[in-house]
Design a protein around this ligand. Structure first.
Ligand SMILES: Nc1ncnc2c1ncn2[C@@H]1O[C@H](COP(=O)(O)OP(=O)(O)O)[C@@H](O)[C@H]1O
Ligand SMILES: [Mg+2]
Length: 408
């Protein structure tokens, strides 16, 4: 059992320690945060982890530090290696090379049962002929925890998860959400150093997913604990995470807070993967006029969009007279002016088609090379084919290098 003060049950009001290094979107800083040798402080540190099956490389050079109290969400498309990485941490899969440190100790060769890590899977894997209480207490029984202590722990966990009235039922007598809670209870009761969740909500219907998501978030806020949570759902990632790792084809694309990943995506993959509808990516040219930088976006049969970029970095200046990719989220192209007038640029646009979702209307317009989605107020009366003055909010604009696809 863990004596960690970040454990779920023993520390009822734990908050993540202040001043922790948050991930950065800048590649050099990111490398620094991986290599800052704080693996003795981190709950979990992964160093140069590789995993292959035969000649297929599944995970490549994974480096990560997870601090006490973190809710780390591992997100990426199906097949990118999320479950494999989780399984390597839990010890169910051998790593090909690299190390995994838990509280400073290399556990990469350690038996899974000795890792002090609890896993919750998508298939809850409950024992069908055991009661809820027996299912929750099973891990303690295996670890020879005395009966009286076991009962007390089961009671505590049942109370936290609102399972008290169900303790004598078998899994067949429970709803999907209740089974999910029992699976969580089985992890919670062990009071481990680290919790691993592999898509625990994906078997639930949409409404229950939302409820359980909120419950998991509240639980973490109330009880602390350190989590690694896998999902392919970027909305789930944004809402649950204190830190996000975006994985694609076995390679970490970005490690940062939800805000960093959303506002400052490290590359065009992250820009398009996080956020729905995706970030608009537009081919543009960087012009220099009397020392000032201007960005020009071509349109079909319409004058180009040209705006000045007063906040240009040296990195962007290096692209003078060359092409870049401009990234703007749908909410940054709106029928309302931007909050900062200095960073608002109005464009007369022809609306190609519309999609209403009640609260908002997504209006699509054409630029050279593709569609751009803008988000209008839900009360907008604009119709397809209309002309509309749209305001580009440039305060969160992103630029990417067209050859490397990396953030400039
Ligand atoms: N035991 C295995 N043998 C061979 N290939 C595997 C095995 N497990 C997973 N893979 C492959 O590894 C890749 C990543 O799988 P996985 O980690 O399950 O992805 P995710 O959880 O992100 O959907 C996939 O291409 C999958 O086919
Ligand atoms: Mg998976």
């Amino acid at each position: 059992m863990s004596d960690s003060n970040s454990s779920f049950i023993s520390n009822q009001v734990s908050n993540p320690p202040p001043g922790q290094v948050s991930g950065s979107t800048d590649a050099s800083q990111r490398q620094q945060s991986y290599n800052n040798a704080n693996r003795d402080e981190a709950i979990l540190s992964i160093r140069s982890l590789y995993k292959s099956y035969y000649d297929a490389s599944i995970l490549q050079d994974i480096n990560l530090d997870i601090n006490s109290g973190d809710f780390l969400v591992l997100v990426g498309p199906s097949g990118c290696g999320k479950s494999t990485l989780l399984s390597c941490i839990g010890g169910l899969t051998d790593v090909t090379s690299g190390e995994i440190y838990c509280k400073g100790k290399d556990i990469s060769q350690l038996d899974p049962a000795k890792r002090d890590i609890a896993m919750v899977f998508q298939s809850y894997a409950l024992f069908p002929n055991m009661t809820v209480a027996q299912n929750i207490g099973f891990g303690l029984e295996v670890r020879k925890v005395p009966a009286a202590k076991r009962t007390k722990k089961i009671q505590q966990v049942a109370e936290i998860l609102h399972l008290e009235p169900l303790l004598d039922r078998t899994p067949a007598q429970l709803s999907g959400g209740q089974r999910q809670r029992v699976a969580m209870g089985r992890a919670l009761v062990r009071d481990p150093t680290l919790f691993l969740f592999d898509e625990p909500l994906s078997n639930l219907d949409a409404k229950l997913r939302l409820t359980m998501r909120t419950e998991i978030k509240h639980l973490h806020q109330r009880l602390g604990g350190t989590m690694v949570y896998v999902t392919h759902d970027q909305v789930e990632a944004m809402t649950l995470a204190s830190k996000i790792v975006v994985l694609n084809q076995g390679v970490i694309q970005q490690f940062g807070t939800p805000d960093e990943v959303y506002k400052r995506p490290a590359n065009t993959f992250v820009a398009e993967f996080m956020g729905s509808p995706a970030m608009n990516l537009m081919q543009a040219k960087v012009l220099v006029e009397a020392g000032d930088l201007k960005i020009q976006i071509q349109r079909e049969d319409e004058p180009p969009i040209i705006f000045s970029e007063p906040a240009a970095t040296d990195a962007l200046r290096a692209f003078a007279n060359r092409s870049v990719i401009v990234g703007l989220r749908p909410e940054s192209i709106s029928d309302l002016p931007a909050r900062d007038p200095q960073r608002s640029h109005s464009v007369d646009c022809r609306i190609d088609y519309l999609e209403g979702i009640g609260s908002d209307v997504y209006a699509t317009l054409k630029i050279a090379g593709g569609d751009v989605v803008s988000r209008l107020h839900g009360d907008s009366s604009v119709r397809a084919g209309d002309r509309q003055q749209l305001h580009f909010d440039l305060s969160n604009i992103s630029y990417f290098d067209p050859s490397s696809q990396l953030r400039i």
